[in-house]
Design a protein around this ligand. Structure first.
Ligand SMILES: C[S@@+](CC[C@H](N)C(=O)[O-])C[C@H]1O[C@@H](n2cnc3c(N)ncnc32)[C@H](O)[C@@H]1O
Length: 267
């Protein structure tokens, strides 16, 4: 499936932007424990899998599933010393893992890119053991909440986002949709957490700045190749937006919605 952020630097971007403390806290909050069998679905360059491997320990195991051979290779390099991680290059719509075999499935920052999220939800649900847990996390209002942005930049940002939505390449509101996937399944004990993913004020961290820059680089690249249509030059927008984003006066935030559920013992 087409992945919006498919560039040669994507593994690097994923490792650079991720935060170990909040990732560990999310895994512990949603029930990952020693000795479990776990899946990191759309695991990218392995940042989450590495922490999962530490939590489940040698008596547990983690399978990192991702469609990209580049990211799988980057993950192997990044995770190297952990022998309890298995690498599965696969589309999430058809995962080569047995039905009802996994204690804990975690899938973060992936659904926003899927044009058929219910298909992937059903597939993740399939591999969870009865009594096991499925956790899906995504952002809401992704990239959209900044103050004081100004009307012109805000309208241009909305135009970029709408273009990706129109092409079904990306959904900035995926966070709010996740709960409904769980409600439409036979999941039990559904719990929703809302956590501050971005909370940016004052001086910007280099990782946050570079992450935003790389996203806007991708917009420019897609515009130049004619893959997206905009009625303004995104290179000029990028300069102006990054100037704003760098300012310590700017306030930006994005909530992460993390939904967990338990697969019923009998469906
Ligand atoms: C933004 S990264 C998320 C990385 C990681 N889950 C995290 O929380 O940092 C999204 C990953 O999902 C993978 N992906 C997107 N669609 C996929 C699909 N249909 N099947 C398998 N992997 C997919 C991409 O290759 C990419 O590595």
């Amino acid at each position: 499936m087409t992945y919006l952020m498919e560039t040669k630097n994507e593994a690097k971007r994923l490792l650079m932007k991720s935060d170990a403390d909040s990732t560990r806290a999310q895994l512990q909050l949603t029930g990952l424990k020693p000795r479990m069998s776990a899946v990191d679905a759309g695991g990218g360059a392995g940042f989450v899998s590495r922490i999962m491997a530490q939590i489940v320990g040698e008596e547990g195991c983690v399978s990192l599933v991702d469609q990209s051979s580049d990211r799988i290779q980057a993950a192997k390099d990044y995770i190297k010393p952990y022998s309890n991680v298995f690498y599965v290059q696969s589309d999430l719509r058809n995962i080569p893992i047995a039905t009802g075999s996994v204690d804990y499935v975690f899938c973060r920052f992936v659904f926003e890119y899927l044009d058929e999220p219910t298909e992937v939800f059903d597939e993740l649900y399939r591999i969870v053991k009865p009594g096991g847990r499925l956790i899906i996390g995504d952002l809401d209002n992704n990239i959209l909440t900044h103050y004081p942005l100004g009307v012109e930049l805000e309208q241009k940002l909305m135009q970029i986002v709408s273009e990706f939505e129109r092409l079904k390449l990306w959904d900035p509101y995926m966070g709010r949709r996740l709960y409904s996937f769980y409600r439409q399944s036979s999941m039990r004990e559904i719990t929703v957490h809302m956590l501050p993913h971005h909370l940016i004020y004052g001086e910007i961290k280099d990782a946050d700045y570079q992450n935003m820059k790389m996203k806007l680089d991708r917009v420019c690249e897609l515009w130049k190749s004619g893959s997206i249509q905009l009625n303004f030059d995104p290179e000029i927008f990028q300069r102006e937006f990054l100037e704003f984003f760098k300012s310590p006066d700017r306030f930006s935030y994005t909530p992460l919605i993390l939904v967990e559920g338990v697969k019923a013992l009998k469906v």
